[in-house]
Design a protein around this ligand. Structure first.
Ligand SMILES: Cc1cc2nc3c(=O)[nH]c(=O)nc-3n(C[C@H](O)[C@H](O)[C@H](O)COP(=O)(O)OP(=O)(O)OC[C@H]3O[C@@H](n4cnc5c(N)ncnc54)[C@H](O)[C@@H]3O)c2cc1C
Length: 341
């Protein structure tokens, strides 16, 4: 990847943080060499997504050491080779949560339970079986970490059973909060880019164009919680489209588009801006709840643009529907709505 970038003439600036993108396109940087500013013709924001940390989950209690996200845990164990603890609780039961359990095992930590507020795990059956029967980790469903206790170091967590309301205390010295992805959208937001309240990332069309001319976005900042492969393929598609537009010289013209909105239990859809002259192959979708086989209806101002049958949906995992209906979108009409019927 690095070779591909440098061979194409890109200059890589390592140890460099972008501190701001002005709506006019000026990019501010800070690095060991000091402060700098760039004035590129285009900015592609690909800042990724982070797992929601404990503070943002509003979990009361003390503020001891021993609280991780999966990302922090994996850096701690695999990059810095630091000791973690002895007994852990993992909150979350999506793909990355099982990855956290494996990292804990590699670090010699016993995972006493995985807990999820949802009624089932949200990963592949094989991962869940391996975790239950090979690693001996119980999965507590409809359960959440209600408080973290400990002076200096985590000593216990309080678990709340969301069905019965009962609480119990479990002695652990480590808690890992996993998943619940939040796009790292701060740079894009401060640049004046329109943010989708559903994904919490920049709204873009399939070519990555945001609401601000000259600023594009791709990867997990626009579709939080997708795999690395999806982010890489999406990034390549956006970069190719950007290169074509720069060559054609029409990059500086606003492209417009119609917003795509979802109705619960759909959680989000992406691309979240569409234009009839730019039909995407697929639209990614997520749901908040487990749903059986349902139909997604795509509507604009009361007109049905298309319907698609979905397979069973699992929260925290994507489904997709074909994008053919985008050709029938009225560019002058209101937002497109997606709902389950
Ligand atoms: C702990 C963990 C485990 C995962 N395991 C898997 C797995 O097993 N398989 C899989 O397919 N996917 C996995 N993923 C998901 C995978 O990492 C993402 O899908 C993928 O990395 C997203 O790519 P991206 O380019 O959108 O963002 P990222 O890979 O997150 O890249 C964003 C980059 O932007 C940089 N950045 C952010 N802000 C700034 C700034 N202001 N200035 C400069 N640079 C900035 C960051 O440093 C980072 O390098 C995992 C994710 C995590 C957190």
């Amino acid at each position: 990847m690095t070779r591909l970038a440098t061979d194409s003439g890109a200059e890589l600036s390592l140890e460099t943080t972008v501190t701001g993108i002005d709506p006019s396109g000026v990019v501010s940087l800070v690095s060991p060499a000091g402060l700098a500013e760039l004035r590129p013709r285009a900015v592609l924001v690909a800042t990724g997504a982070r797992e929601r940390p404990r503070s943002a989950r509003l979990i009361p209690g003390d503020r001891p050491a021993g609280v991780f996200t999966t990302g922090l845990l994996q850096q701690w164990v695999h990059v810095h080779h630091l000791p973690v603890g002895r007994r852990a609780i993992v909150e979350g039961a999506e793909h990355v949560s099982f990855s956290a359990a494996m990292t804990l095992r590699d670090a010699g930590v016993e995972t006493v339970a995985m807990v999820t507020e949802l009624p089932r795990h949200q990963t592949l059956g094989g991962f869940a079986l391996a975790s239950r029967f090979l690693m001996g980790i119980p999965l507590l469903t409809s359960t959440r970490v209600a408080a973290v206790h400990g002076r200096g170091r985590v000593s216990s967590v309080e678990l709340a059973d969301l069905t019965s309301g009962r609480r119990r205390t479990v002695e652990v010295d480590t808690v890992v909060f996993t998943g619940e992805w939040v796009p790292d959208h701060e740079l894009a937001r401060r640049a004046g880019v329109r943010i989708d309240p559903a994904t919490k990332g920049p709204m873009t069309d399939g070519g990555g164009q945001t609401s601000v001319v000259g600023i594009l976005a791709a990867g997990n900042v626009v579709h939080p919680g997708e795999t690395a492969g999806m982010a890489a393929l999406g990034g390549r598609r956006v970069a190719q489209r950007l290169a074509e537009r720069l060559r054609r010289g029409d990059f500086d013209r606003p492209v417009g588009g119609v917003e795509v909105r979802v109705v619960e239990p759909l959680a989000w859809a992406w691309p979240n801006v569409v234009r009839p002259d730019d039909v995407p192959d697929r639209i990614l979708l997520r749901t908040r709840t487990f749903t059986g086989r349902r139909t997604v209806s795509v509507e604009q101002d009361g007109r049905v643009l298309g319907q698609a049958r979905l397979r069973h949906a699992t929260p925290n995992r994507s489904l997709s529907i074909g994008g053919g209906w985008v050709a029938d979108v009225d560019a002058a009409a209101g937002p497109v709505g997606l709902r389950l019927v």
